[in-house]
Design a protein around this ligand. Structure first.
Ligand code: 2HA
Ligand code: ZN
Length: 275
């Protein structure tokens, strides 16, 4: 099968385009990785080439050795994903120790994978180990309301989680483990990848202060849905606090406990403090 005809490629392009339509991918902002299943990688072998020289990833991901990933290109615009997926994204394969990659398809015109390749692969490795290889998607965007909140709220997981849970009843059901927060760091490299992937052991969604957010998930819909829910909740926070400095009423700690029971989720006590 041609890569352009593969269902996973179409789903990837649709999700990237949806993010772009929501204003999360100005210019070349954001990046996105999908880990191909064995069957998917098999199905497109005839369309892959193995001539590209190996290049260093900039970190090590031994658990993902030899695996294939569909990944967005550095400097490429999500806005062009639908028009030209082979230029905007590409498929890479890792070497047998998980230290180097080669481009097997796409990233035409001398494209290279995203500058956040180390964070994507280290996050993927953490999640793959934790979920028995079920987690397949890592997505990063510049969602404006979350970014705005990182100038307003203290950069603490407990505070972001509780504030965003309160803005929409379904939030604690959709991200019961809460949100991780990384203080401002230089993006694009191993250092931010180490900090982010450590938090991925605990969370599926991680905020990068004054920059954007990373989410992980088993499939395209649930990963995008997680990003969308958190960003929408942040939008509500901004709307409410643009009108009043203090909410007139909100969901109580008791209310969160009832929700947890009704929807069979476990909410950590560290988010359920009295205010
Ligand atoms: O410009 O989003 O974090 C791509 C990015 C880097
Ligand atoms: Zn970014």
């Amino acid at each position: 099968m041609k890569v352009l005809d593969a269902p996973f490629l179409k789903a990837y392009v649709d999700m990237a385009d949806h993010g772009d339509q929501l204003g999360w991918h100005e210019r070349n902002g954001g990046n996105f990785t999908y880990w191909l299943t064995k069957e998917e990688a098999e199905s497109i072998q005839e369309n892959l080439s193995y001539e590209d020289p190996w290049k260093d990833i900039g970190t090590e991901v031994p658990y993902l050795a030899n695996e294939y990933f569909l990944i967005s290109g550095t400097g490429r615009y999500f806005h062009n994903m639908k028009k030209d997926p082979a230029n905007t994204a590409g498929i890479i394969q890792l070497d047998e120790v998980g230290k180097r990659y080669r481009i097997c398809w796409g990233l035409t015109e001398n494209g290279r994978p995203t500058s956040e390749l180390p964070t994507h692969l280290m996050n993927m490795e953490v999640k793959a180990r934790m979920t028995n290889n079920q987690n397949r998607v890592i997505y990063h965007c510049h969602c404006p309301n979350i970014i705005a909140l990182t100038f307003i709220l203290p950069l603490k997981s407990e505070i972001f989680t509780r504030e965003l849970w309160e803005m929409m009843t379904e939030c604690p059901i959709i991200f019961p483990q809460g949100l991780g927060v990384v203080e401002w760091m230089v993006p694009g490299g191993r250092e931010i990848a180490i900090v982010t992937s450590k938090l991925m052991e605990q969370y599926d969604a991680i905020i990068w202060a004054h920059h954007g957010m990373f989410v992980s998930g088993m499939d395209f819909d649930s990963t995008f849905g997680l990003m969308h829910t958190i960003e929408k909740s942040a939008e509500m926070w901004i709307k409410v606090h643009s009108c009043v400095s203090k909410k007139q009423q909100t969901i109580s700690v008791e209310g969160f406990k009832e929700l947890a029971k009704a929807f069979n989720v476990s909410l950590d006590e560290r988010f359920l403090y009295e205010k």
